[in-house]
Design a protein around this ligand. Structure first.
Ligand code: ADP
Ligand code: ZN
Length: 215
């Protein structure tokens, strides 16, 4: 199963991807995570990407297309994958279509997660993740069941993204509405778009997504 989770920062894409990894055994391909890994590793791609990302802007299409194309060829993607945070522009969406066609693959679903702006800002400002497994938490809710310990892997080390603050969030939301939201129309035309209400509790959002995947 090959799907795209589409939505603004804070919509819950990472949270739902984490659950889909468990329920369907397919990997989450987060271009943000892949780019941050490249930045941490100090690769050439990472150096190019760092300055752009720190300002809350989008990295060039060429860089992300190359990263994703290589990743999809890995053996753990054989049964499918979740694209999270990619494609982010119409140019990237066209690149994905060509890339997948060249690999003899096609998308099954594009799931749009809809959440109001004020809620997005509050979610992103309180967000942190497990440094080991990437599980997503929030200062208010959802917190780990045992304070300071990851529910999923037991790690006690957490991290916050430098761009998760109200100031940068305005730039990121603007970029989403300007560059990414046109993909909603694009995938609607292709008959692939499904929309879920991302303001529901996490379990209900998961149930809505599972219902879509069952057809
Ligand atoms: P995205 O990957 O779309 O940027 P995340 O999955 O990282 O979004 O979620 C953003 C923040 O909102 C996180 O702190 C997460 O724990 C929280 N969150 C995610 N989904 C929900 C939800 N349905 N209700 C309340 N909080 C949520
Ligand atoms: Zn963890």
């Amino acid at each position: 199963m090959k799907l795209i989770l589409l939505g603004p920062p804070g919509a819950g894409k990472g949270t739902q991807a984490q659950r889909l990894i468990e329920s369907h055994g397919i990997p989450q391909l987060s271009t943000g995570d892949m780019l941050r890994a490249a930045v941490a590793a100090g690769t050439e791609v990472g150096r190019k990407a760092k300055a752009v990302m720190d300002a809350g802007q989008l990295v060039s299409d060429q860089i992300v297309n190359d990263i994703v194309s290589e990743r999809i060829d890995q053996p753990d993607c054989a049964n499918g994958y979740i694209l999270d945070g990619y494609p982010r522009t119409l140019v990237q969406a066209d690149a994905v279509e060509k890339m997948l066609a060249a690999k003899g693959q096609s998308l099954d679903h594009v799931i749009e997660m809809r959440v109001d702006d004020e809620i997005l800002v509050a979610r992103v400002a309180g967000r942190y993740t497990c440094a080991q497994c990437g599980a997503v938490y929030h200062d208010e809710h959802p917190k780990p069941k045992v304070e300071g310990t990851c529910d999923v892997c037991g790690s006690q080390s957490f991290k916050r993204r430098p761009d998760d603050n109200a100031e940068t969030m305005r730039t990121r939301l603007w970029a989403y509405y300007k560059d990414t939201s046109p993909l909603i129309g694009y995938y609607h035309c292709k008959g692939l778009l499904k929309t879920v209400d991302g303001m529901q509790p996490i379990d209900e959002v998961s149930a809505a997504i599972e219902a879509i995947l069952k057809g």
